[in-house]
Design a protein around this ligand. Structure first.
Ligand code: GLU
Length: 369
């Protein structure tokens, strides 16, 4: 990963690396990581840190069981207490290298609403321009089960996408992906490079790689790899067990590298990383075929509309079996969409009372999933 031209690198650190079994930060190890980060920063790279650990740190201070994850209320309270400690730790350790740490606490909504996403992207850009190091975590004290990432692996990939990063490094308590659990009877085969995260690769995921302190196992890492791939970003899972993990990786290259896809334009990259939508449009078989060959969605192929979406909201397109086939920005609100179900363009103006748009979802505003 040593590069001549400066890169933007997202480094994600899991809870079990940051917090020891005694519930305290692993300061000595963290110092070696910060030395690696400072070196790269000094060499001109832009670094963004995605740091877990707030819940684990807060749990100790509050004396909560199950690492603070026994209930949502526990996790939220623990995160409030732990986050303040976590931020000051990063600020102190980066400060020793004369680097300003900049805290950003993000929610799923900040990454899924287009305006808020662009806003977060602009803040990141500004911070990097000032040579600060953003230290990002999910805003766990307000995130609820339904509206949270829950794991910082996917958050790191989304942040990478927002910052148009070159690479995402997921520091983990495992050195990469194995085709089977490494500690099972037949030792797993290590996978050094992955071109594309397909069913085969997904089957290798085994949440046993999670230490119990954090919430991300191999499944969330593979989900993160998919997001990164679509956004044209390389992602690596590397071990954070030893001191100086970044330097070690640069020297040894030991880890699993998920290659970057060709990259799609920024709006499509954003759309493909979404997990929520404001409504559903169900379409007939003819429309499915048309979409899959790259056409826009026309009213003629719509069968039903669900949800109260507004114009420009994200909607899912499903086939008649309920399978999601695409996601895109609606050109009409739900009410007008309902009026034109099954209609041809020539009939639409009279029904709507205004000149119709060329499509219900334009192909440039849509991704196939
Ligand atoms: N945001 C959580 C925390 O800081 C960690 C999520 C994860 O384990 O990936 O504690």
């Amino acid at each position: 990963m040593s590069a001549a031209t400066p890169e933007t690198i997202v480094v994600k650190i899991g809870s079990s690396l940051l917090v020891g079994e005694d519930g305290k930060p692993r300061r000595e190890w963290l110092k070696t990581l910060v030395e690696d980060i400072a070196k790269r920063h000094q060499a001109g790279d832009n670094i963004i840190i995605v740091s877990s650990g707030s819940i684990a740190l807060g749990a100790r201070k509050l004396g909560l069981g199950k690492g603070g994850r026994a209930s949502l209320a526990d996790a939220q309270a623990a995160a409030s207490i732990g986050q303040i400690a976590l931020s000051s730790l990063w600020s102190e350790l980066l400060g020793e290298h004369q680097i300003a740490a900049a805290q950003m606490l993000l929610t799923l909504g900040d990454m899924e609403g287009r305006k808020r996403y662009l806003n977060a992207a602009a803040t990141l850009e500004k911070l990097l321009e000032h040579r600060a190091i953003p230290v990002i975590n999910e805003n766990d004290s307000v995130a609820t089960d339904e509206i949270r990432f829950g794991d910082n692996d996917r958050l790191a990939a989304r942040v990478g996408q927002a910052a148009t990063a070159d690479r995402v490094l997921l520091l983990s308590d495992i050195d990469g992906l194995y085709d089977r659990r490494p500690d099972s009877e037949t030792k797993g085969q290590f996978i050094g490079t992955v071109d594309i995260v397909d069913e085969n690769i997904l089957e290798m995921a085994d949440s046993s790689s999670s230490s119990g302190l954090g919430s991300g196992g191999m499944t969330s890492k593979l989900e993160a790899a998919k997001i990164a791939n679509l956004a044209g970003i390389e992602l690596s899972i590397i071990s954070g067990q030893e001191d100086h993990p970044l330097e070690r990786y640069a020297l040894t290259n030991v880890g699993t590298l998920f290659k970057a896809g060709e990259g799609i334009n920024a709006r499509k990259a954003w759309l493909s990383g979404l997990t929520t939508s404001a409504g559903t449009i169900t379409v007939d078989a003819g429309a499915v075929e048309a979409l899959q060959s790259g056409s826009s969605l026309l009213a003629a192929g719509i069968v039903t509309i669900n949800g109260q979406f507004e114009r420009s909201d994200v909607v899912e397109v499903k086939d008649m079996d309920g399978q999601t086939i695409a996601r895109g920005l609606a050109e009409y609100d739900a009410l007008d969409c309902t009026k034109i179900i099954g209609c041809r363009s020539s009939e639409m103006e009279a029904l709507l009372g205004y000149a119709p748009r060329s499509a219900v979802i334009h192909r440039n505003q849509m991704v196939l999933v």
